[in-house]
Write a protein that binds this ligand. Structure first.
Ligand code: GAF
Length: 388
């Protein structure tokens, strides 16, 4: 049974009726541009073939009932017309409640509905399962109540929910990629203007995602610390954002800064440039250049931003040893575990699988999961009533 059928069938079982519509909100993989989004910088992600699926039907009252298949089928109920409070124990509920709260804060009136949520994005691996949940819920209420919210605003509402309700100071990348992804395209995002530049991924190349299965610990606290260090670095130069710090000025003054803060800033400043260079390279499928930029990005995350782990570094080393300059490989996402992305010539896919299978478990005692994904479309709504 595919994931959409699975969620629909749970919907039928839970509410004894079919859903009115189904939302498909993809996760994302970031090709390059890490920890640059909250510095008003540049990122280059794409949406992936793995998604959060949400089945919805309208109610005549203002209650929202939810079943979350992948969280032990936990349930939640709240009233959209009452104050939306935090759920005390269910983190997933707060992604939903936070989005509802932000839509209400934006002045919209919401209706009640019955919901079932499921999905196939590996959770907690840096592939944006939470952002896709937020985007999916925003798109669901947008459709249910005919609010006419744009995709970019769906992403902004979703990010605000995570910042204000869940308490993670994330940037806009994950939500924008989930909302605005396009099939076979990577999306270059200027995280200040929110201008999107799409670039086609060559048919000759494959996106591989290798989940290290390193358990991610302290992610939110380390993430928020990195963000504070970046703000401290910007403030050192009298700016509100690292986007506005010139490289030449940074080079001339970095010796006067706290060395850790200077390293964080150096990562962000050069990562922005690498991301702009990568966008150009992807446009002409200059794989040699992409390979070099992804390698530099990984080294910078490892040595300057200090968000990789020994297992992730090992994965990147063994994969880069077999792909040479016919592809690129780097950690993807917030860090401290999670996934590696490899962008490789199609004929190298089996070689990469083989080297990971041969070496990773021996070295780390962990088993990596390997996925292949196309760049996918962003959030979509399938209207069950029209389809029938
Ligand atoms: C996480 C965050 F949610 C993103 O906003 C981004 O900062 C990323 O880490 C690092 O590039 O996915």
């Amino acid at each position: 049974m595919n994931i959409i059928e699975k969620v629909k069938s749970k919907f039928l079982e839970s509410y004894q009726k079919s859903p009115d519509f189904t939302v498909n909100a993809p996760g994302r993989v970031n090709l390059i541009g890490e920890h640059t989004d909250y510095n008003d910088g540049f990122v280059l992600p794409c949406a992936i073939d793995f998604a959060t699926v949400i089945c919805v039907s309208r109610r005549s009252d203002s209650l929202v009932n939810i079943v979350a298949i992948d969280c032990d089928e936990q349930t939640d109920t709240f009233d959209v017309n009452s104050t939306i409070n935090k759920h005390e124990s269910q983190l997933w509920s707060n992604y939903v409640r936070g989005v509802v709260d932000e839509i209400k804060k934006a002045g919209f009136t919401l209706a009640g509905c019955d919901i079932v949520i499921g999905g196939n994005i590996p959770q907690g691996t840096g592939l944006s399962s939470s952002a896709s949940l937020e985007v999916g819920i925003a798109a669901a209420f947008n459709h249910l109540c005919q609010l006419d919210i744009s995709l970019v605003d769906i992403a902004k509402i979703s990010q605000a929910a995570e910042n204000n309700f869940v308490g993670c100071a994330c940037g806009i990348m994950d939500q924008l990629a989930s909302a605005c992804g396009k099939s076979q395209q990577a999306v270059g995002i200027d995280c200040r203007s929110l201008d999107l530049t799409y670039t086609t991924i060559s048919d000759d190349m494959t996106i591989m995602i290798i989940n290290s299965n390193v358990k991610r610990g302290l992610v939110d606290s380390e993430y928020n610390t990195r963000r504070e260090q970046c703000e401290e670095a910007a403030a050192f130069f009298g700016k509100t954002s690292l986007r506005d710090v010139e490289l030449a000025e940074f080079e001339s003054k970095k010796g006067e800064m706290d060395s850790i803060v200077a390293n964080r800033a150096e990562h962000v400043l050069f990562e922005n440039q690498r991301t702009l260079d990568a966008l150009k390279a992807f446009k002409v499928n200059d794989v040699k250049e992409i390979s070099s930029l992804m390698a530099q990005s990984h080294a910078s995350m490892r040595d300057l931003f200090e968000i990789t782990t020994t297992e992730i570094d090992y994965l990147v080393d063994i994969i880069s040893s077999v792909i040479d300059e016919r592809g690129g490989v780097r950690m993807t996402g917030g860090g401290f575990g999670g996934c590696v992305v490899a962008f490789v010539a199609n004929d190298l896919v089996d070689t990469v699988k083989q080297v990971v299978e041969d070496k990773y478990t021996k070295e780390t005692s962990l088993v990596a999961d390997i996925f292949v994904s196309r760049a996918a479309n962003g959030v979509s709504v399938i209207n069950e009533v029209e389809e029938a």
